[in-house]
Design a protein around this ligand. Structure first.
Ligand code: TRH
Length: 381
């Protein structure tokens, strides 16, 4: 198709905005042969996900994508054929003006946050007229028919399954990140915001007969872990034991290694948006720490996903998982909920793989975007 695509990412906080846009940019370039520019206003956040990038450059080619520093003084550039404004970040006024000067106006898409709520399918793809003869479309990722789908690279699930079937690959990867597997241990990864429910969960893990290795990439949950361990400072690469629980503090990993971490674990605690989706592709049970919104709006989002995810699950497993997710997000008893989830482990494990397969049978988000452009251009031409 050869069209040029510009993706704009403003980093609000954390890594979700850049995590999603960087993944999307690479996929559009690699799998659809598109000429993609990614504009990021916080190069430091990008560097965490892509450590091989050069912090000193305002523009560089990385993994097939031109990554540009989005400076407040925006350069005079020609607008692309397709413009993605991620998560309603406001485009530079001069760029919008440049969009208006094209004879065939660009396809302007606002890529929205992920939600399983019912209204999403009704709003996906809706246009919104803008000044200067431009039109903006709302593009919603999602889990159901009629939404834009989820980010999923070609071959991802096969790659993940091959990794999980290869004990040596798992052992070697864990060794690379400094984790030696204990015999018979269950592996849990932990990526979360500050969380008051953590101490109760770690207490119960330390008391359980099955040994647990908890793998914690460097991040916001660290202070809670440190408090629970009762130690002065946590060093990356460090390992602490309390009862039957061994805690490992890992460095913040590249996106590819973070995927492998999720694939290696029996259970993944994840947060936000992108890690939430990656944990679903891992085919293992997960625990979501949702990004908190004003007026508790995130609860509708959490429950909408649970309704969908648990719809085909036996009632006892659905009840246990729901109680655990609620407790982790601040409503309920973590100890009781974790014990109940243990009794449903087989059912939850089976369901996680099934859910992954079902979601993977739908078009992925990059493909859906390209298809949206094709449809639009055939009407516009
Ligand atoms: O960082 P987040 O909390 O981002 C959030 C959410 O996207 C939320 O919806 C949004 O509103 C808010 O930001 C502003 O969680 P998320 O989305 O999971 O993004 C984390 C990214 O970091 C993801 O791409 C995975 C990646 N990651 C690594 O690459 N290495 C690591 O070691 C870890 C822990 C994560």
């Amino acid at each position: 198709m050869g069209a040029r695509w510009d993706i704009f990412c403003s980093v609000v906080d954390n890594y979700g905005d850049i995590g999603v846009t960087w993944r999307l940019a690479r996929q559009l370039a690699a799998e659809h042969g598109l000429d993609v520019r990614l504009w990021v206003d916080e190069p430091a956040a990008f560097l965490r996900l892509c450590p091989q990038a050069d912090a000193a450059l305002t523009s560089q080619r990385v993994e097939g994508v031109e990554v540009c520093h989005w400076l407040s003084e925006f350069p005079a550039v020609e607008a692309a054929e397709v413009v993605i404004e991620a998560f309603a970040c406001t485009l530079p006024a001069s760029y919008v003006a440049a969009m208006g000067t094209r004879s065939l106006k660009p396809l302007w898409l606002n890529l929205e946050y992920l939600s399983a709520e019912d209204w999403v399918a009704g709003c996906h793809g809706l246009p919104s007229p803008q000044p200067g003869g431009l039109q903006k479309f709302f593009f919603f990722p999602g889990f159901t028919e009629g939404t834009g789908g989820l980010l999923r690279e070609a071959g991802l699930i096969k790659q993940r399954q091959a990794f999980q079937a290869d004990a040596e690959a798992r052992r070697a990867f864990l060794a690379e990140i400094g984790v030696a597997l204990l015999p018979g241990a269950r592996l849990i990864s932990l990526f979360a915001y500050e969380n008051l429910a953590l101490a109760a969960w770690l207490d119960v893990l330390a008391q359980q007969a099955t040994p647990t290795q908890l793998l914690v990439p460097h991040g916001r949950i660290e202070a809670d872990v440190q408090r629970w361990l009762g130690v002065g400072e946590l060093e990356e690469g460090g390992c602490w034991r309390r009862g039957n629980l061994q805690v490992h503090l890992l460095p913040f990993l590249s996106q590819a290694d973070y995927d492998r971490l999720l694939w290696s674990c029996d259970f993944n605690a994840i947060r936000g948006e992108d890690s939430f989706v990656r944990a679903q592709w891992a085919g293992r049970p997960l625990l979501w720490h949702i990004y908190q919104q004003k007026e508790d709006a995130h609860w509708d989002k959490l429950d909408a996903f649970l309704d969908l995810y648990c719809a085909d699950m036996p009632a006892a497993a659905a009840g246990a998982l729901t109680a655990l997710w609620h407790a982790w997000n601040g409503r309920g008893d973590m100890v009781e909920a974790w014990r109940a989830v243990q009794l449903q482990a087989a059912s939850l494990g089976w369901h996680a793989e099934n859910w992954c397969q079902e979601q993977a049978s739908r078009p992925d988000l990059a493909e859906a975007l390209v298809q949206f452009y094709r449809n639009w251009i055939s009407c516009a031409a």
